[in-house]
Design a protein around this ligand. Structure first.
Ligand SMILES: Cc1ncc(COP(=O)(O)O)c(C=O)c1O
Length: 402
């Protein structure tokens, strides 16, 4: 008789994990007060209040709220003076928005491999990718695991490059006790529905430099000068990339819960690291010791098929799902092989055939991921995840292909 649920056995669990976004009546109170105020956009107080509160939460001086994470990256690149033909170094393992934003400025993405057994840019390979056309580096804190900011900032300083942190998946994450997004010249976050702090859509750019802040403010608001400007109108070109009061209101309300939710996910992530570390075949990708808190937008691990009698990652995932665990994986191809990169915004052919990222190729084939909503679960929920993995390993013979 089969033991594994995928073959008809009893599943480890049939209970759902917490759903996302979570609901709280307090969000509604703010929503209603904004409705009644009749100030739903320009001139409202919630957008600047949220910009200041979130900047403070992440440890930065200034924030400019925008309408998406993609916009945040695009405007940061514009404020960093990235234009046609300029090169921007980034990781081969990311969501396409990181790269689309570079293309939107007519810049050229240059891809660097991920570190071995990691989902993050290999800082030791950045320097060899720098040319005289390089303007900026975009490290991506994938799933809230902070990239090596010490090395990246050191390289940027020596080569006079801007650093734009892609923190779309890293709310609450900390590097050496200080929030990500406050280390580079710009920190770009997304508030799209799946994110750990969300309003359906939205984004923010964090900065510490006053001049960059005023420039970015103008860029996002039709060239208008920031209300608290010290430098005057330094960027007359701009368009409407503004956030609404609705978004800011919901975000302000949800921000009051972000600290405890981040700690909860971080604790569960550590707990899973401990247990998965005991299961041969599931490689844990622990936080860098300098990363004092993970943003935990997801749980990441690496599947070693050899330790599971050569079953494929997909077979393992299917078996875990049958046991009631919503396991999956994220990006299945390195970004430089994306169709949209075949030509630039002027229609000229792009060629990434010399780009070689063997470590990214590997994790695209072997990466595992659990969503951040799963990390909002209880200790019992986490136990079920581990129980299911152990059950499958013990009974892997039932899954042997061919
Ligand atoms: C790494 C990364 N960068 C940028 C973005 C873009 O954010 P948005 O969807 O708000 O435009 C996302 C969104 O998923 C992302 O995951």
């Amino acid at each position: 008789m089969s033991v594994l649920a995928v073959n008809g056995g009893e599943p480890v669990r049939d209970k759902a994990f917490p759903s996302w976004p979570s609901l709280d009546p307090k969000d509604l109170e703010l929503f209603e007060s904004i409705y009644k105020s009749k100030v739903w956009g320009v001139g409202g107080s919630h957008v600047p209040e949220f910009a200041n509160s979130f900047a403070e939460f992440q440890g930065a001086k200034y924030g400019v709220c925008v309408n998406s994470g993609t916009t945040a990256l695009y405007l940061a690149l514009k404020a960093a003076d990235v234009g046609p033909g300029d090169e921007v170094i980034t990781t081969a393992y990311t969501f396409q928005a990181t790269v689309v934003a570079i293309m939107m400025t007519h810049g050229i993405p240059v891809f660097v491999d991920t570190a071995p057994d990691s989902f993050l840019i290999d800082a030791s390979k950045i320097e060899e990718a720098i040319t005289e056309r390089t303007k900026a580096i975009i490290p991506v804190h994938i799933a809230g695991y902070p990239a090596d900011m010490d090395s990246i900032l050191d390289i940027a300083e020596r080569h006079n490059l801007r650093v734009i942190e892609d923190c779309a998946q890293a709310h609450g994450a900390e590097w050496r006790g200080k929030g990500v997004g406050s280390w580079g010249d710009f920190g770009c976050f997304s508030f799209q529905s799946s994110k750990n702090l969300c309003a359906g859509e939205g984004g923010i750019v964090l900065m510490n430099d006053r001049q960059l802040y005023e420039r970015l403010f103008s860029l996002h608001n039709c060239g208008r000068t920031a209300p608290d400007a010290e430098y005057g109108n330094i960027e007359p070109f701009g368009a409407n990339f503004r956030m609404t009061e609705w978004q800011a209101g919901i975000l302000l309300s949800r921000l009051t819960r972000l600290e405890s939710e981040t700690n909860h996910r971080h604790m569960n992530m550590r707990w899973l690291d401990g247990w998965f570390g005991e299961i041969p075949g599931i490689k844990v990708t622990t936080l860098d010791p300098r990363a004092t808190r993970g943003g935990s937008h997801g749980y990441k691990a690496i599947f070693d098929s050899e330790e599971f009698e050569d079953i494929s990652r997909e077979t393992f995932i299917k078996a875990m799902r049958a046991e009631g665990i919503p396991l999956g994986y994220w990006y299945s191809t390195p970004m430089f092989r994306s169709e949209f990169l075949e030509s630039n915004t002027f229609g000229e052919k792009l060629d990434f055939s010399d780009t070689n990222c063997p470590e990214t190729e590997k994790i695209c084939q072997s990466g595992l991921a659990l969503g951040q909503n799963v990390l909002m679960g209880t200790e019992e929920d986490m136990e079920d995840i581990v129980k299911a993995a152990i059950k499958i390993r013990r009974n892997v013979g039932e899954l042997k292909e061919g």
